[in-house]
Design a protein. Structure first.
Length: 320
């Protein structure tokens, strides 16, 4: 076929399409990226103070990109509105001290504005907020609501330091993670291993979500270790019980695993099992989200163990 088209001028100003000798259409597109000055700032904020940006038109915009850096922890709200009165869609997240944060939010309403609240105990001495409006955006691999998130959320581990001789009351927590009053806690992984009894037997472990926290019992609060030394201390609380508490209100069982528990006596001892419960690892799915101190993820035994059970437990979660 003859190469009879050499150039096509698109209907959008600045876009040019060329057809090469192989009849492939090559498009060169220039984006008109706009700095939203009303939603950008370098003014320092006192502790608990809030910067509220100016409502700006979203029409013709594909995405909103927000870059932020400050020497105090902060909460950022990217708000969108249909009428510049009711800010119905709000994407909220937190940033850690002295951490560069970049977010891309798909434009949905006619107007956008950005709010920043200083969560730290002191006035910022460095604050840089920049918001740009982009006609087109390429999503990242991780999609959260209408956000493309290019940052990793603060991540924590908590583990039993010595094997736990767990409380064995049926359907009552022997370990749990309790939500936060200030952060959204997302449980990503729970690993159980080294299960042993005085005699070999098959028993199950359930992962349950509770809408009210468990109370009482005898427990040890596990040390929450941040995986990055720059992030702040964890606000979620992880406990392991040797005397059973009173279980909170059950929402439902999230996952269950049945395993062969080995004997502790040397003659009958075998290789103990292990299992990792994972939540939200498949793209487009969520971890187990805890939005308040009244919410809890608990490990329970649905059937009574044959004797006192010994095992090790590790929790992994994020906070934002």
């Amino acid at each position: 076929m003859a190469n009879w088209f050499t150039k096509i001028i698109g209907s959008v100003s600045g876009n040019v399409a060329e057809v090469n000798a192989s009849n492939e259409v090559l498009v060169n597109s220039t984006q008109n990226i706009v700095l939203s000055t009303g939603n950008s700032s370098t003014a320092n904020l006192a502790s608990a103070a809030t910067f509220t940006g100016t409502a700006t038109s979203n029409l013709g915009v594909g995405a909103i990109q927000v870059m932020f850096f400050a020497d105090q922890n902060a909460t950022i709200d990217i708000q969108q509105s249909q009428d510049n009165v009711n800010w119905d869609h709000v994407f909220t997240y937190t940033t850690e001290v002295s951490t560069h944060d970049v977010r891309t939010i798909f434009a949905a309403g006619s107007y956008v504005r950005v709010r920043v609240t200083n969560n730290g105990g002191s006035t910022t001495t460095i604050l840089r907020l920049q918001t740009v409006l982009v006609p087109m955006s390429v999503p990242s691999a991780r999609l959260n609501s209408i956000s493309t998130d290019f940052v990793q959320n603060p991540t924590y581990h908590a583990s039993t330091i010595i094997p736990l001789v767990a409380a064995t009351t049926v359907n009552v927590p022997f370990a749990n993670i309790i939500g936060s009053a200030t952060k959204i806690v997302t449980v990503k992984r729970i690993r159980v291993s080294g299960m042993s009894l005085t005699a070999v037997g098959y028993f199950a472990v359930n992962i349950e979500k509770l809408s009210t926290a468990s109370s009482g019992g005898t427990s040890t609060t596990l040390v929450a270790t941040p995986l990055d030394s720059r992030i702040s201390a964890a606000t979620a609380v992880v406990k392991a019980y040797t005397v059973a508490p009173t279980r909170g209100t059950l929402i439902g069982t999230v996952s269950s695993w049945r395993a062969l528990w080995q004997a502790t006596v040397a003659a009958a001892a075998g290789i103990t099992g292990w299992y990792t419960f994972e939540f939200g690892v498949i793209p487009g799915t969520q971890g187990i989200v805890l939005r308040a101190v009244t919410e809890e993820v608990a490990l329970t035994f649905p059937v009574a163990l044959g004797s006192a059970g010994t095992l090790a437990i590790t929790f992994e979660w994020t906070e934002e």
